[in-house]
Design a protein. Structure first.
Length: 130
C-alpha cells in the first residue's frame, strides 16, 4: 500500500494547481470585463462631439481632453490584451501540468494556434473561396 503522507502531499499539490487555474480563469474574466468597458468607452467617445469628456481615474472623476482620453483608453486596451494573452498561454501550461499530475493525457487541441492571415488566404484559394 502507498504511503499516506505521500498520497496526501500529492493530492495537496493537485488541489493547489487546480486553485491556480481557477484564479487565472477569474483574472481573465475580470480583465475581459475591463477590456469591454474600455471598448464601450471608446465607442461612446466617438459619438460625442464635445472636446472634453468626463473620465473616472480611480475614485476621481476628471474632465480630460477627448484626444488624451482616447489615447489613455487605447493604451489601457493594449495592456489588457497583452495581460489576457499572457494569462491564457500560462493557463494552457497549468492545465497540462494538472493533467500530468492526475496521470491523464494532455487535453487534445489545447495548444492549437489560430491560422495567420496569409495562411487563411492560401486555404481560401485552395478551397476556391474568394
Amino acid at each position: 500500500m502507498e504511503d499516506p503522507k505521500k498520497s496526501l502531499q500529492h493530492l495537496t499539490q493537485i488541489e493547489e494547481q487546480a486553485e491556480e487555474i481557477l484564479c487565472s480563469q477569474q483574472e481573465v474574466v475580470a480583465l475581459d470585463k475591463r477590456r469591454n468597458a474600455t471598448r464601450e468607452a471608446l465607442r461612446a467617445m466617438t459619438k460625442t462631439e464635445s472636446k472634453k469628456v468626463w473620465m473616472a481615474l480611480g475614485p476621481l472623476l476628471v474632465k480630460v481632453d477627448k484626444t488624451k482620453a482616447e489615447a489613455m483608453l487605447k493604451r489601457d486596451q493594449v495592456v489588457v490584451d497583452c495581460e489576457v494573452n499572457k494569462i491564457r498561454s500560462d493557463l494552457k501550461v497549468k492545465v497540462n501540468k494538472l493533467r500530468d499530475m492526475e496521470y491523464q493525457s494532455p487535453v487534445p487541441g489545447l495548444m492549437l494556434k489560430p491560422m495567420e492571415r496569409n495562411e487563411m488566404s492560401a486555404m481560401n484559394q485552395v478551397l476556391g473561396y474568394k
